[in-house]
Design a protein around this ligand. Structure first.
Ligand SMILES: [Zn+2]
Length: 283
């Protein structure tokens, strides 16, 4: 999501959640975030123990994308990265720095361009600057032939209009989908995959999502924690740090599987196949 975390994180984490019955891929984890600096290797180990065998590390600034790519290089076959500039940071994508982003995005361990998009909810950057940065990143993705990792909040109409300006159909994912049935139908029509986070576990804000889950074709449904953000609200016991991490992805997967009326294993198999297909990940 790109909300800033203000809590201080204790490094003594987290009783492990239940392990997944089949391998899972966390397609949106901000593992370069400084809240993981003290125990990043332990976080990766706990993810593996929970069945989360591969992760796509989100890049949301130029510096953060470079850190995400470095993490992916250090864990080949297990971690991958995106390279992009989040709409909150759109002002940093100047013409001069666009070449820097392109060089990063062309790295082999970088599997998508983003996160990019529009965020009119927090408005940390002016709308015209956000739109400009979004256009540049969509052009980049088309130029280098990689999928897009998309962020949209409170900006659906402009977001879709810009996507349609560039192409009628997209290879990419609408990450952290929290929208309506109409927005979902629109994304599916654009060809996008849908990233579902622990937002679905939030009984105040996410209860509408359960009814939408059966509408997502299995080959378009991806799972993500968006850690350290979006700790599932119904996770028990609740870690004192309130930091989310990839080891909790099976908890999100269980909620999605329940909402779809399918087994956790079936969802793990389909979402992992879908993630590998979209990002061209090795088995
Ligand atoms: Zn986001």
């Amino acid at each position: 999501m790109g909300i800033r975390m203000s809590e201080h994180h204790s490094t003594a984490s987290a009783s492990p959640a239940a392990a997944s019955p089949a391998p899972l891929i966390d397609i949106g984890i901000n593992l370069a975030h400084d809240s993981y600096d003290a125990d990043r290797d332990a976080v990766i180990t706990r993810a593996g123990a929970a069945g989360v065998t591969q992760m796509v590390v989100t890049g949301s600034t130029l510096a953060g994308s470079a850190r995400a790519a470095a993490l992916a290089r250090a864990h080949p076959g297990r971690l991958f990265a995106t390279a992009g500039v989040h709409p909150h940071h759109a002002t940093e994508l100047t013409a001069a720095r666009s070449a820097e982003l392109e060089a990063l995005a062309r790295q082999p361990e970088v599997v998508a361009v983003g996160e990019c998009g529009l965020d009119y909810f927090r408005n940390f950057s002016p709308h015209d600057v956000q739109q400009h940065a979004f256009h540049r990143q969509l052009e980049l993705a088309a130029r280098i032939g990689k999928p897009v990792f998309l962020h949209q909040r409170a900006a659906h109409a402009d977001f879709v209009a810009i996507l349609r300006e560039h192409a009628a159909a997209w290879r990419g994912v609408a990450h952290c989908f929290t929208g309506s049935a109409e927005e979902l139908a629109c994304y599916l029509e654009l060809g996008l995959a849908i990233g579902i986070t622990g937002w679905i576990c939030d009984e105040r804000r996410g209860s509408h999502l359960a009814a939408l889950m059966p509408q997502i074709p299995p080959q378009r449904l991806l799972l993500e924690t968006d850690g350290p953000y979006l700790l599932p609200r119904d996770l028990r016991p609740r870690p004192a740090s309130r930091r989310n991490e990839p080891a909790y992805l099976p908890h999100v997967a269980a909620a999605v599987a329940r909402a779809r009326g399918e087994t956790a294993e079936a969802l793990a198999l389909s979402s992992t196949t879908a993630a590998r297909a979209l990002f061209h990940l090795p088995p």
